[in-house]
Design a protein around this ligand. Sequence first.
Ligand SMILES: Cc1ncc(COP(=O)(O)O)c(C=O)c1O
Length: 370
Amino acid sequence: MRFEARKYPVLMIPGPSEPYPDALHIASLKVVKHYGKEWLEIYNHFYDLALKLFGADSGAIIPFPIPASFTMEVILNSLFEKGDNILFLNEGFFVRRFKETALRYGLKVHHVVPETPGHRVNLDEVKMLMDAEDIAGVVVVHSETSTGVLEDLDGISRVVGDDAILIVDSVSSYGALRMDVSRRGIDVCIGYASKALGALNGITPVYINDDIVGRLKDRKEFRGFLNDMKVWYEYREIWPFHPYPTTLPTQSIISFIKAAEMVLEEGLDRVEERHREVSSYVYKRLEEAGLEGYPESNARSPTVSVFRLEGVDADDVVNYLVDKYNIFIGTSKFAGYNGIRIGHMGYTASYRFVEPVITGIIEYLSKQRS
Ligand SMILES: Cc1ncc(COP(=O)(O)O)c(C=O)c1O
C-alpha cells in the first residue's frame, strides 16, 4: 500500500485538526532522544509553554504520552478513594465516557444535565447537589466536542470553590481559548496537542495545581505505576536527567512547541477572537441555509460547530464533501443523534478553510431540496 498524502481529505473534523504546516514540518527534521542536557532544554521550554497556555501562575505539568481519556483514568485513579462522590456536569459523549470510567474505579457518580440538550448546566442545581452531597471531585468538559457546547468555567468554578477538586477537560479548547486555570481555581486541567492547538498528537499535558502536587507528595502508598500521577510527579526528583518515568514522543513535543510559539506570538486573545469570529460566521451561514445549531446561541464552542439534521443523513453530507471537495467533516452519530460537526480549530480557524465547507453543505442541501 502506498501512502499518498495529497490524496487525503483536508481535516475539518473536530480533531485531529490540520496542524500548522510549520508544526508538522519541524517534527520530521530529526529524531532526538528524550533525555540528556540538550533535550532537557527543549523539554523545559515545552513545559513553560504548556503552563502559559493553561494560564497557570504555579503548579506543575504532567507530560502524558497517552490519549486524553486515558489521562482522565489516571487522574481518577490518583486522586480519589473508592466510594468518593464525583459530580459530572452536562451531557455528551465524552462526559459519559468519563462517568463510565469513574464507575469502573468504584467511585460514586452524580450527574447534573441541563433540561434542554445544547444548554449549559443550571448552576443553582449544581450548587444544590454540592450542598446535599459530600462531593470530592467535579468533572466538566469545557468544550464538549460531541455537542459543540462550551461550558461556563467561571460560573462552575465559583460554585465549586474549594469544596471539591475541579477537573476540567480542555481537550478541544486548549490553545485556542484562555484557560486561566489559576484565576479560576481549576485544580486539574487536561490539555491537548492535535485539536485547537494545531500540533501533532502524541503528548497530552495535564496541569495540576499546588494543592494537587501536595496531595500526591503526602500520599504514602502507590496506586499502580504509570497510572499513578504520584509516580509521574516523583520522577522529576528521582531522575532529573529524565524527569518522567517512560519514553516521551520528542517529535510530538517539538511540534507542540512550534504551535504554542505561534499561538503566543499571535497572542492568545487574538487567537480566541479568530476562533469566535469564524465560529459565528459558520453558524450564521448555515442557519441562514436552514440548519439548526445544536447548542443554544450563548453556549457555542468557538472551535467546533454542531448542527442537527432532519430529512438528510449526516453520512451523506460527509460523503458529498469528501467526494466533491476532498474535505472531511464529522458526524454526531457516535453521540446518538443525526448531526454534523465541523472543526475549525488552530490553523483551520480561518475563512479560507471554512468557506468551502459551507459552500459544499449548502450545495448538498439545495440539491436534496430541488
Ligand atoms: C472533549 C474531548 N474529551 C476527550 C476526548 C478524548 O480524547 P482521546 O481520544 O485522546 O482519548 C476527546 C476526543 O475527541 C474530546 O473531544
